[in-house]
Design a protein around this ligand. Structure first.
Ligand code: FMN
Length: 457
């Protein structure tokens, strides 16, 4: 699984006009991506404790950096989510929402607080009405699921507009990727991490009271919990070292405490889990001790498998799987043709990057308890053909739900198109141009500059 097929080494941009074209390239690359043209699987509900997720499509979390300064949703935030709700996905996974008012990843990041709680309550009520009405018109009786992603930005925190990396360990390449040096920011202490557990729980309780269907204790993309999972070199710390139980302590403790404070039969506790960071050992999560290839890091999922067993024992029955660190090797998280300004050109064929994500996710599915629901991501690169590949993945039991991120910015009606018209409108798809990522890294309001008239200018 860890070897990169040689044919993958050459970059080629997307140029497939038909499924046949795409199949030819997949064959040439010697990767195995199946396709299906029966799309009934997307309409199948799936049960999670007392909750029934109405269909197999999800909107992945996408930071819009358009919140009010008090962290509450602005009119622009409402616009984005209204567009998603009108699309009819079974799950809308709300973007990274800071658990702290200080150290946001952007001054306009969402933050849930006691003070703005009523605004979040109205936001969920507004969204739910539109989503459930859309789902009804599409023939689904069950309510849509709205999950709030709760995050500590960790290494990617800012003090005001300036980077203020809150690290679990030093790493020169990760520092260089965001242009900071060791003197900037700090290493987080155990005392601070202990306090954060209770803050995280309080924020999740606020989310429950605001009417969200669940919370995601975010553990991917190099943010605080994700980085802790690879903090093998963090010395003299109950949150670091070689024992996985230590590195996963923050994630597991937050979930354990939450299980005792919210009624979990009708509230989902989940995590977006990065199962492979692509950063060589002893850093990185989901990689092997012995590096038997140069690029990007040899995959070994034994620790992610162990962690999933620990999460399952704490009643986590839904996981949203991702990989990579978008600040460091963005092609691992979101395969693209054109890099954002300052990012690297894809060092491999983007279909191979898509294939890596799919293979990682299906390995997780295969090695997880049968009733663990797995959401996959990284499909937007496939444009209109995402429908064919996702239907094959779901039908073959390689994933339960397909979540799309950049496609939701570009074409928020993709679920409706799939469920009603059995196709994704090819004139509306994401073209993997990284313009949204560029807006994000410049700290601006983020959306699709190609398809959404509001962001074109
Ligand atoms: C502009 C932008 C913002 C993102 N914001 C988040 C976020 O808030 N939380 C998160 O877990 N992932 C975030 N992601 C990652 C996406 O959810 C998704 O994993 C990634 O784009 C790959 O899926 P796709 O190919 O469907 O776009 C973001 C990606 C982009 C491009």
């Amino acid at each position: 699984m860890s070897k990169v097929p040689q044919d993958c080494e050459k970059f080629e941009p997307f140029s497939y006009n038909s499924l046949a074209d795409l199949k030819l390239t997949i064959k040439k690359l010697k990767i195995s991506l199946s396709m299906d043209d029966n799309f009934e699987c997307f309409k199948q509900p799936i049960a999670l404790n007392n909750i029934e997720i109405p269909n197999r499509l999800a909107v992945q979390p996408m930071e819009g950096f358009d919140a009010q300064l008090d962290g509450s949703p602005s009119l622009l935030t409402l616009r984005r989510y209204k567009r998603y709700a009108n699309g009819g996905a079974g799950i809308i996974w709300i973007e990274a929402t800071s658990i702290l008012e200080e150290f946001k990843s952007n001054p306009h990041q969402l933050v849930i607080t006691q003070r703005n709680f009523e605004k979040f309550k109205r936001f969920v009520r507004y969204l739910r009405k539109i989503l459930d009405d859309t789902l009804k018109t599409l023939g689904f009786d069950n309510k849509g699921i709205i999950i709030l992603q709760l995050n500590h930005s960790g290494r990617y925190s800012k003090k005001g507009k300036k980077n203020y990396p809150i690290r679990t360990y030093y790493h020169n390449d990760l520092d260089a990727a965001i242009n900071v040096n060791k003197k900037e920011g700090k290493i987080i202490s155990d005392e601070e991490l202990i306090k954060l557990e209770d803050i995280w729980v309080k924020k999740a309780e606020l989310a429950y009271n605001a009417g969200f269907d669940g919370v995601d204790i975010k553990a991917c993309h190099g943010y605080l919990i994700s980085e802790l999972l690879s903090a093998r070199t963090k010395k003299n710390s109950i949150y670091g070292g070689y024992a996985l139980e230590n590195r996963a302590r923050l994630l597991l403790n937050v979930i354990k405490k939450l299980n005792n404070s919210v009624p979990t039969s009708d509230f989902i506790i989940t995590t977006r889990l990065g199962v492979y960071d692509g950063i060589p050992y002893p850093y990185g999560f989901g990689n092997a001790k012995l590096q038997n290839e140069n690029f990007p890091a040899t995959i070994d999922l034994s620790e992610p498998f162990q962690l999933i067993q620990l999460l399952y024992r704490q009643d986590v029955k839904l996981l949203n799987i991702s990989s990579g660190n978008p600040h460091y090797k963005p092609f691992l998280t979101r395969p693209y043709d054109i890099p954002a300004a300052g990012a690297e050109k894809p060092p491999e064929h983007p279909l191979c990057s898509v294939n890596r994500m799919i293979t990682l996710t299906s390995s997780i599915k295969k090695n997880s308890p049968k009733d663990m629901i797995i959401i996959g991501s990284g499909y937007s690169y496939l444009r209109q053909f995402a429908i064919n590949i996702c239907s094959a993945l779901i039908t073959n039991g390689m994933v339960d739900i397909c979540g799309l991120g950049r496609m939701s910015f570009a074409n928020p009606n993709f679920p409706k198109q799939i469920l009603q018209n059995q196709k994704i409108d090819k004139n509306k798809v994401c073209i993997a141009c990284s313009k949204c990522s560029e807006l994000m890294s410049k700290g601006k309001n983020t959306g699709c500059m190609v398809r959404d008239p509001l962001y074109k200018s």
